[in-house]
Design a binder for this molecule. Structure first.
Ligand SMILES: Cc1cc2nc3c(=O)[nH]c(=O)nc-3n(C[C@H](O)[C@H](O)[C@H](O)COP(=O)(O)O)c2cc1C
Length: 152
C-alpha cells in the first residue's frame, strides 16, 4: 500500500514520531513529509495519509502545518476519495485547547470531502504513554481498515 505520513511540528516531536511510524510500516511503500512541503492540491486517492501534528499557541496548528492550513483554505481542494487518519500530539497542561491541532486538521480534511479512518488519537505530553506506544497500534489498525479500499 502507498502510505504518506504527513507531519506538522514546532519543536520536532511530531517529526520524530512520523519517522518512527514510517519505519514501523516498512513493509509498505511509505514516504514521510513535512506538511510545510505538501501541497493540498496534491492529495492522491491511491495513497493512505497518516497525519501527525502537534498543537501550539492557543490551540493553533504548529508552525510547519500553518502554510498547509492556509493553503487548504485558499485552494479548497475536493478530497473526495481520499482516506486519512490523524494522530494528535498535545499537552493536558492546556486543557482549553488540548490537541486542537489534530482536531483542526481532522475538520479541514473532512470538510474537503476526505474520509477519516479510525478515531483521532490524542497523545498527552503530560501523560504516561510514549507516543510510539500509541502510534504503532493506531497505524497498524488504520492500515488494516484501509486495506480493502487501497491495497495495491
Ligand atoms: C508554547 C506552547 C504552546 C502549546 N500549546 C498547546 C495547546 O494549546 N494545546 C495542546 O494540546 N498542546 C499544546 N502544547 C504542547 C505541544 O503540542 C506538545 O508538547 C507536542 O508534543 C509538541 O510537539 P512538536 O515538538 O512536534 O511541536 C504547547 C506547547 C508549547 C511549548
Amino acid at each position: 500500500m502507498q502510505i504518506a505520513v504527513l507531519y506538522g511540528t514546532e519543536t520536532g516531536n511530531a517529526e520524530m514520531l512520523a519517522e518512527d511510524i514510517g519505519a514501523h510500516l516498512g513493509d509498505h511503500e511509505v514516504t514521510v513529509c513535512n506538511l510545510s512541503d505538501f501541497d493540498p492540491t496534491g492529495f492522491d486517492p491511491a495513497v493512505l495519509y497518516l497525519i501527525v501534528t502537534s498543537t501550539y499557541g492557543e490551540g493553533e496548528l504548529p508552525a510547519s502545518a500553518q502554510p498547509f492550513g492556509n493553503a487548504m483554505e485558499a485552494a479548497a481542494p475536493d478530497l473526495t476519495g481520499v482516506h486519512f487518519a490523524v494522530f494528535g500530539m498535545g499537552d493536558s497542561a492546556y486543557p482549553e485547547t488540548f490537541n486542537y491541532g489534530g482536531k483542526r486538521l481532522e475538520e479541514m480534511m473532512k470538510n474537503a470531502g476526505a474520509v477519516m479512518l479510525g478515531e483521532r488519537v490524542t497523545h498527552d505530553a503530560s501523560g504516561d504513554d510514549l507516543a510510539d506506544d500509541l502510534a504503532f497500534p493506531w497505524a497498524e489498525a488504520v492500515v488494516a481498515i484501509a486495506e480493502p479500499a487501497l491495497a495495491a
